[in-house]
Design a protein around this ligand. Structure first.
Ligand code: IPD
Length: 273
């Protein structure tokens, strides 16, 4: 099947902007909130509506393409990653932020062909930050090229850590352990409450390294291509190659920085998607 990547990019950019308009209009209003796997794993009507809008329009334009969507998966549609052209979608990454009116929210979309990421979009419509990447063509913020910081030294690095969307004991203990080990070493730590925005911060050189366990393909699919196209690395937190279905991700400005932090990380292996 031949894929017109320019057309895919053009279509998805317009849809992401349309979805962003809905998110921007509603972020400071009252939402209908439901919980999924945990009392802090949230979904709103906006997550569902934006995902449905994106998938139905992409399907109308590209009937042969497949989809992996956060909310479709939550509704029971199997999460299957194949060689087929596939859109991996998180309609609102940072749902907890969206619920509270904290402006770190984005739509994250990756497009893969033969399991290789070709297009990445991470769009924060509240702060009007449109991060894009095409394989082999670099990474951009609002149309201008962006690059990772180039930092190699963990002591000088700004590290992003997240607690995730579960209070599951093993995961919380592991988060605290990593926080305790790494905070005294690094320059500083941050949490943006959105995996895709965290990765965009590494891509634009505003942060140097970020890892998280328990996230999903829709959280890091787009960020993976964005960070690599910005000159950074995206690997498994054990040091091996990234696996998009493994729910484990580490991205860094340089491989030197990634290799310095990997042996210091306490690892967990969540069930695969
Ligand atoms: C969550 C956010 C959060 C990360 C969680 C994700 P959601 O995504 O990206 O920062 O820590 O692991 O599940 O639920 O807001 O789409």
């Amino acid at each position: 099947m031949s894929v017109d990547l320019d057309k895919c990019f053009e279509v998805v950019m317009e849809l992401a902007r349309n979805g962003g308009k809905i998110i921007r209009e509603r972020i400071y209003s009252k939402k209908t909130i439901s919980t999924k796997s945990d009392r802090v794993d949230l979904v709103t009507e906006t997550d569902q509506e934006v995902e449905k809008m994106l998938i139905s329009n992409l399907r109308a334009e590209f009937p042969d393409h497949k989809f992996i969507g956060e909310e479709s998966t939550a509704e029971g549609i199997p999460c299957e990653f194949t060689d087929a052209p596939t859109w991996i979608i998180d309609p609102v990454d940072g749902t907890m932020n969206f619920v509270h009116g904290y402006p770190n929210v984005c739509t994250s979309i990756a497009f893969t062909v033969n399991k290789v990421a070709e297009i990445a979009i991470i769009y924060n419509p509240v702060l009007e930050q449109m991060f894009t990447a095409r394989r082999g063509q670099g990474a951009k913020l609002n149309g201008k090229p962006i690059h990772v910081s180039g930092e190699k030294d963990l002591q000088q690095a700004l590290l992003i850590l997240e607690c995730g969307t579960t209070h599951e004991e093993e995961k919380m203990k592991n988060n605290f352990k990593n926080q305790q080990t790494l905070t005294p070493i690094v320059h500083g730590t941050r949490s943006n409450g959105s995996a895709a925005i965290n990765m965009a911060m590494v891509a634009m050189g505003a942060a140097d390294v970020y890892f998280e366990f328990g996230i999903h393909a829709w959280d890091y699919g787009a960020g993976d291509l964005l960070v690599r196209e910005a000159g950074g690395v995206c690997i498994d937190p054990s040091g091996g190659p990234l696996d998009i279905m493994a729910r484990r991700m580490l991205c860094a400005a340089t491989m030197e920085l990634a290799q310095e932090i990997v042996p210091k990380i306490s690892q967990i292996y969540p069930p695969r998607d």
